[in-house]
Ligand binder design. Sequence first.
Ligand code: UDP
Ligand code: MG
Length: 207
Amino acid sequence: MKEKEPTIALIVPCFNEAASVAGFVERVSASCDAANARFVVIAVDDGSTDNTYQAWTDQVEVQQNLNIRVIRLSRNFGKEIAISCGLHHCDSDATIIMDVDLQDPPELIPRMIEAWRDGFDSVIAVRSKRESDSTLKRASAALFYRLMGRIADVEIPAQAGDFRLLSKRLVLALNAYPERTRFMKGLFATLGFEQKLLYYDRSPRAK
Ligand code: UDP
Ligand code: MG
């Protein structure tokens, strides 16, 4: 008997990203074809003031093969809340959080799913270099991880963004946290579970 295909949700927070949406969907659907899974894209429009919401609903019409759902927040809450909202609205076997600007390469999706199939609850994409970021951004990021390493009890993997895959039970655990002010990377780290790191080169923002 053929094994049932797992469902994978992609949570995509978006703030004023109308120009990025179509290109994102195109690259994602190409990468998703390679993975043996059913995908649902959960776009969270974080109170955009441009046509982001329209751009997504257009894609719902155009992309008959990709299941796309759009959540529209009443105002801009910030990326962390937008992600939390998406996590509360997914019911998939695994969930991947990714930016819409293609700085998180969709081509990594099949590798993330493979690691999850191998039994990891958390698969974290780690930037192997940040050449596309400005010197200031790189320096501030380095300082940030150094300081967090000092003050936090838990270890936050350096150079890891929010781009990651989470198993269903990890999402359930995360959703049980009542915190309103969220630092997702910190929360992920406190939860434990077995994690795997995947290295990739971060490209510049597409639009
Ligand atoms: N984003 C969001 N709400 C905000 C700011 C950003 O949902 O208030 C989204 C944005 O559209 C993108 C992701 O979060 O998909 C990362 O944002 P950005 O590319 O600006 O951050 P960076 O790449 O510098 O970390
Ligand atoms: Mg970006």
